[in-house]
Design a protein around this ligand. Structure first.
Ligand code: NAP
Length: 216
């Protein structure tokens, strides 16, 4: 919606949404397509779920395609972005949504849990922003949205890795916003609270109750 309450038209725009096979990413992809964007649906493993997301888009009259690659590999990100460029000609909108959590209290958190979360939630966004910004800079136009989390703002016991990655993503967003705004590329972060989806499925009632106590 714009400030006059009119529906935003993204007709003719090309979007790339990472981690769009399910959860928040799928919802974002469907919404962008409903507004007219051609959506490149990225995922890594869940081909069936990604195809379902694409079918959903097509059934709603939208357009899109699947573009599987591992966001934690800068080489795969570069070739995935090249692939989108070849097929679609450009990228107008990038949504960095792919992410994971590997929760645990500090003393029990393994190096691999720390590294995996930082590489999925922070380094991946750096790789995609770097690859896509080149295209956006050339055309002096673009929109990048990074999906952070309230955990990146407030911290969360048992989520040192996740909170650090999401706080880092906010820092990355603010720096790129300053760097790229003069080229008419807007970079923003969204910090959702708890959303029912893949990432929250492992939470038990006790953990959900603890989260609910933070909501006034
Ligand atoms: P989800 O349902 O677990 O989905 C994660 C998505 O990321 C999937 O599409 C998955 O693809 C993709 N992905 C994982 N590793 C990948 C990789 N190496 N390369 C490419 N794609 C990869 O997650 P969600 O709950 O919707 O959360 C989505 C984002 O919102 C995350 O960044 C999360 O931190 C953030 N967030 C979530 C909540 C929440 O309560 N759910 C709250 C705040 C912020 P595959 O299906 O192929 O595995």
């Amino acid at each position: 919606m714009n400030s006059c309450g009119e529906m935003l038209s993204l007709s003719g725009k090309t979007a790339l949404v990472t981690g769009a096979s399910r959860g928040i990413g799928r919802a974002v992809a469907v919404m962008l397509a409903q507004h007219g964007a051609f959506v490149n649906i990225n995922y890594i493993q869940s081909q069936e779920a990604a195809s379902e997301a694409l079918e959903m888009i097509i059934s709603l009259g939208g357009q899109g395609r699947l573009v599987p690659f591992d966001v934690t590999s800068s080489d795969q990100v570069d070739s995935g972005v090249r692939d989108v460029l070849q097929e679609c000609g450009t990228i107008d909108i990038l949504v960095n949504n792919a992410g994971i959590c590997r929760d645990g209290l500090l003393g029990r958190m393994k190096d691999t849990d720390w590294d995996a979360v930082l590489s999925h939630n922070l380094s991946a966004a750096f790789y995609t922003c770097r690859a896509v910004a080149k295209i956006m800079i050339r055309k002096r136009s673009g929109r990048i949205v990074n999906i952070s989390s309230t955990a990146g703002e407030s911290g969360n016991a048992g989520q040192a890795n996740y909170s650090a990655s999401k706080a880092g993503l906010i820092g990355l967003t603010k720096s790129l916003a300053r760097e790229l705004a003069p080229r008419n590329i807007l970079v923003n972060a969204v910090a959702p609270g708890i959303i029912a989806g893949g990432m929250t499925q492992s939470l038990d009632e006790k953990q959900l109750d603890a989260i609910r106590t933070h909501v006034p």
